[in-house]
Design a protein around this ligand. Sequence first.
Ligand SMILES: *[C@@H]1O[C@H](CO)[C@@H](O)[C@H](O)[C@H]1NC(C)=O
Ligand SMILES: *[C@@H]1O[C@H](CO)[C@@H](O)[C@H](O)[C@H]1NC(C)=O
Ligand SMILES: *[C@@H]1O[C@H](CO)[C@@H](O)[C@H](O)[C@H]1NC(C)=O
Ligand SMILES: *[C@@H]1O[C@H](CO)[C@@H](O)[C@H](O)[C@H]1NC(C)=O
Ligand SMILES: *[C@@H]1O[C@H](CO)[C@@H](O)[C@H](O)[C@H]1NC(C)=O
Ligand SMILES: *[C@@H]1O[C@H](CO)[C@@H](O)[C@H](O)[C@H]1NC(C)=O
Ligand SMILES: *[C@@H]1O[C@H](CO)[C@@H](O)[C@H](O)[C@H]1NC(C)=O
Ligand SMILES: *[C@@H]1O[C@H](CO)[C@@H](O)[C@H](O)[C@H]1NC(C)=O
Ligand SMILES: *[C@@H]1O[C@H](CO)[C@@H](O)[C@H](O)[C@H]1NC(C)=O
Length: 397
Amino acid sequence: MHTLPPTKTAAVLFGISLCVFPVRAQASVNPSQPCLPYSDPVVAANLMDFPTPWTIASILPNDAEAMAAWESIAPGVPNISTKGTPDGNFTDFTPTYPSIDPDCWWTYKTCSTPKLPGLPPDIDSIPESRALGFGFDDGPNCSHDAFYDYLLENNQKASMFYIGSNCMDWPDQCRRGVTDGHHISVHTWSHRYMTALPNENAFAELWYARKVIKLITGYTPMYWRPPFGDIDDRIRYIAFHLNMSAIGWSFDSEDWKVASGQATEQDVENNYNSLIQMALNKTFESRGTIMLFHELNNGTMTNAMNFYTKLKDAFIGNLVPVASAENATHPYQETNLSYPNYAQYIQSHPFSGSDNSSTSGGNGGTGGAIGMPAVSGLVGALAVTAMFLDGLARVIT
Ligand SMILES: *[C@@H]1O[C@H](CO)[C@@H](O)[C@H](O)[C@H]1NC(C)=O
Ligand SMILES: *[C@@H]1O[C@H](CO)[C@@H](O)[C@H](O)[C@H]1NC(C)=O
Ligand SMILES: *[C@@H]1O[C@H](CO)[C@@H](O)[C@H](O)[C@H]1NC(C)=O
Ligand SMILES: *[C@@H]1O[C@H](CO)[C@@H](O)[C@H](O)[C@H]1NC(C)=O
Ligand SMILES: *[C@@H]1O[C@H](CO)[C@@H](O)[C@H](O)[C@H]1NC(C)=O
Ligand SMILES: *[C@@H]1O[C@H](CO)[C@@H](O)[C@H](O)[C@H]1NC(C)=O
Ligand SMILES: *[C@@H]1O[C@H](CO)[C@@H](O)[C@H](O)[C@H]1NC(C)=O
Ligand SMILES: *[C@@H]1O[C@H](CO)[C@@H](O)[C@H](O)[C@H]1NC(C)=O
Ligand SMILES: *[C@@H]1O[C@H](CO)[C@@H](O)[C@H](O)[C@H]1NC(C)=O
């Protein structure tokens, strides 16, 4: 039987690129077939301001703003060499890499506390007891209506780690992420192994992904997740000086491996069930955690929907977007959007399930206690899409 690894797995070390992405194209919108490419006026009018989607980003020759930002960061970047290839082949690199892991390279030994002074640690767990930082990589997906509808019906917000090239391809879905009140984070421009990229390309992968999300949604994310978790102190330095905090994970559902045959559906279910069991047996009593999930394809989204209620019960309702877990009430550079901190999120998303742990403890099942019914269905949809405009501020509840 497959068991959940005790900590983050470094299995990606020798991995190959597993995400298969559609070729970019523009055609007409057909709501019944959401994965047909469509034309978006905002994207069409700004194509020249972005690298070719799905190619490794570099600073465009005429982009004075990006160049100025890069020139202000470049002199301080630590002299750490690139590692392996952009599709994650480290076969030639690891034999020469010192086993003391001088660069705090996550892919090597899951290091997440930088060795270079002045950099914050990656966020791979959260302080609150029996809580789960809830999020999904690789969106926006062209066919995610069923999944986002489900989250909306359940009044559940999540961190959504969007790939810039996917936002170019599926801008309506990218907009919906913000409209639904999810916490939009950056998952780079083209989803390559960041430690393989030269400094300027690593910068551009973050810069243009952030820029396209700003173009499409109006907001500039201040959080990101490295594809495959692949980060070291050089990449951390570049992201930090772009005001972007890195979010990792402590457990991998392995949902992303099923499509390529590297994991079975049973493995994924076992991973979900292990996390649920750990939540019930008080593994996360002193500190909450983060598991890696994806909106990559129908299977990963279906898993998320099938396990949602069990997960929520096991964590007594404490499934929170990472921005809320971090009390990041302004997770975007634009300060006119207010996000709930942890306490506010829990209060406005009361738990109405049951605490199934053998000995109940901690902050269990407070939903009924504060007399607020669970919001669902149409009421929920209205509640979560409502914009409470307080002066200039939009408040996500
Ligand atoms: C960076 O490190 C390499 C060795 O890894 C060295 O050859 C090179 O001179 C260093 N560059 C700077 C600017 O210190
Ligand atoms: C990785 O690189 C090594 C050495 O260059 C090569 O022999 C191997 O075939 C590559 N693996 C994959 C999966 O491409
Ligand atoms: C998965 O595909 C089925 C069949 O097309 C569809 O009914 C369902 O809504 C899809 N699920 C998600 C989460 O997109
Ligand atoms: C917040 O500011 C951004 C630009 O800084 C703007 O695009 C957006 O419409 C504003 N949102 C609200 C709700 O005022
Ligand atoms: C980082 O944030 C500071 C303070 O808000 C701002 O002045 C600076 O322009 C930001 N830098 C980048 C590269 O976004
Ligand atoms: C909780 O469950 C996990 C996963 O099954 C297991 O590895 C761990 O030992 C259990 N811990 C306790 C305290 O029972
Ligand atoms: C989105 O999901 C659909 C349906 O599961 C899948 O066919 C498609 O490849 C996914 N698209 C991307 C960009 O991941
Ligand atoms: C928790 O217990 C309730 C009532 O006994 C049950 O309906 C539910 O399925 C259980 N949830 C989990 C996650 O086991
Ligand atoms: C968020 O605020 C709560 C107090 O409401 C605190 O216990 C927790 O440590 C804070 N989280 C972070 C990441 O600072």
